[in-house]
Design a protein around this ligand. Structure first.
Ligand code: AMP
Length: 524
């Protein structure tokens, strides 16, 4: 199937060829014709599958086909003329035709950049990002141009809606990108509010890794007779990514192994995931001292700094990005060959998103998880979620002193999802896959202590004395609110995680801590 055969406007076909796309991906093949026909869509596919073009190309097609607007002035030009006449000017609300909601700023910027590529041969179509962390005057300037397409994170968009800067009465298309993630981040009320402000006549397209549970309920509420598209491509199953677990005895072992892995000749660029922003900073510093071109990426950094870091990664100036989950979401750098989970993620879904940073655009990748012996149960949870076994590997010279706890790969007859394989007396997680991982799905939203990657008392070397304990974890604090509410992160009150509680001893002494605590509430 070709892009022409999808029925797209010639100017769009020309732009996608220039972008280097030869043929549509499976999600594009299914979504584009349905969306051109005006259908609402519920699409289960992940980043890396070409989903941005799947919703953006048919939307642009619709705009390209529309009658040219009567020649007129933009609100900004109207305002200028009124000022010239000496009149008092009131800001005229922007009236976008399309809104794309994304969970993170990085993803929003990526969608806007892709849209600019796809509109290279179209006139009159402007896409702008409305994001937390961006200065308000700059956003007012963007809105004054009355862009056709807004790509926004929910928190900041609500601010502009409430102050009358955006009017959705002319909205034709609403897209919720990575909807599961937005709900997971506590944006459900904001999304409901935004959807309620849009016309009933809109076309709605929802993209999500899963269409089950809370996401599925919301999806059905906000769409009309949707076409459901489920894509399970090789990329979704991550067949192009070699996954491994390395067991480590302690932090010093983990750090030595990390250094070794990053010296692998097959490594072009890597993302190392940490549980906290503070660890991301510390590990990036340590790797730089060790001679790696490393940089941190996390939600305490201003948007400008985050963008500069990602640009340096794309240009190859940064080889190792040390990142937290939220900040890394949406990173699309095809030359990333390795993902290292320095800490295991909070939720199995995050594991899938993390490893998806490598093996992009049809390439192969390697994803390595450095796992303490006490965490083997968390590896099993990931295996149950992905329905894949992750082999345990041992690097010569870095063998763990303790042998690995019995787990899926080590126990004959165990299959991911059968709930067996734990040590006697260990809690069993015998639940259907997909249940029980999110805060909202567990009674009280609590995650148990055993899931904390570094919860055991620490007596080893490495970062001893500087690591998180209890409230010191900025991203991994247990959820106590039953799930999706009050957890707004990116673009909200806090960029990542629950409010930080000072821990006693050591925390205040770190030069970055006071700064990052001050920045914590400045994200909106
Ligand atoms: P996405 O899933 O939208 O994050 O896209 C993942 C990557 O695939 C991006 O780098 C896109 O530019 C690229 N991409 C999207 N569609 C195609 C296509 N049809 N052919 C080749 N690459 C594509």
């Amino acid at each position: 199937m070709s892009f022409e055969a999808l029925g797209l406007h010639a100017s769009i076909v020309k732009a996608v060829f220039q972008a280097g796309y030869e043929k549509p991906t499976p999600v594009q093949e299914q979504a584009v014709p349905a969306a051109i026909a005006g259908r609402d869509l519920l699409v289960s596919s992940q980043t890396g599958s070409g989903k941005t073009a799947a919703f953006m190309l048919p939307s642009l097609h619709k705009f390209a086909d529309a009658e040219p607007a009567p020649a007129g002035r933009t609100p900004a030009q109207d305002a200028q003329a009124a000022r010239a006449r000496g009149e008092r000017v009131r800001f005229k609300a922007a009236q976008p035709k399309m809104l794309v909601l994304t969970p993170t700023r990085e993803l929003a910027l990526q969608v806007t950049t892709a849209t600019e590529q796809y509109t290279a041969h179209m006139r009159r179509i402007r896409a702008v990002s409305i994001l937390g962390g961006m200065p308000y005057p700059k956003q007012m300037q963007l809105l004054a141009k009355n862009p056709e397409i807004l790509v926004a994170t929910p928190g900041r968009l609500i601010d502009h809606m409430e102050s009358g800067k955006i009017d959705f009465s002319q909205l034709e298309i609403l897209v919720l990108d990575e909807a599961d993630r937005m709900l997971d981040m506590g944006f459900i009320e904001d999304i409901e509010k935004i959807v309620a402000a849009t016309p009933e006549t809109r076309q709605t397209m929802l993209f999500s890794a899963t269409l089950d549970g809370v996401v599925g309920n919301m999806a059905r509420r906000i769409t009309k007779n949707p076409q459901v598209i489920q894509i399970m491509s090789a990329t979704n199953r991550h067949e192009n990514i070699v996954q491994k677990v390395h067991f480590v005895d302690d932090l010093s072992h983990k750090n030595r192994l990390l250094d070794h892995l990053l010296r692998d000749e097959t490594m072009d660029q890597a993302v190392v995931f940490t549980a906290t922003k503070r660890d991301a900073d510390m590990i990036a510093d340590r790797l730089n001292i060790a001679g790696f071109a490393a940089a941190a990426l996390h939600g305490d950094m201003h948007q400008g700094a985050r963008n500069r870091t990602l640009d340096s990664m794309r240009r190859g100036q940064v080889r190792v990005l040390v990142a937290t989950d939220v900040a890394a979401r949406g990173i699309d750098v095809p030359s990333i060959t390795h993902v290292v989970n320095y800490d295991l993620p909070k939720f199995p879904e995050d594991y899938v998103h993390r490893i998806g940073r490598t093996g992009r655009a049809g390439r192969n990748g390697t994803a390595v998880s450095l796992v303490n012996h006490a965490e083997s149960m968390n590896v099993r949870r990931i295996e149950r979620f992905t329905k894949q076994t992750i082999p345990v590997d041992v690097v010569e010279g870095f063998e763990p002193k303790r042998s690995a706890a019995p787990r899926s790969g080590a126990r004959p007859g165990w299959k991911p999802g059968d709930g067996r394989g734990g040590k006697p007396g260990q809690r069993s997680f015998h639940k259907p896959a997909g249940e029980g991982y999110r805060g909202g799905a567990q009674p009280g939203g609590q995650r148990e202590g055993g899931y904390r990657s570094e919860a055991a008392p620490r007596s080893e070397g490495g970062y001893q004395g500087q690591r998180r304990e209890g409230g010191y974890r900025s991203e991994a604090a247990p959820r106590t609110d039953g799930g999706y509410q009050g957890q707004r992160r990116e673009g909200g009150f806090r960029s990542e995680g629950a409010p930080r509680r000072e821990r006693s001893g050591g925390f205040g002494a770190h030069p970055r801590s006071a700064d990052s605590a001050r920045r914590t509430f400045g994200d909106r």
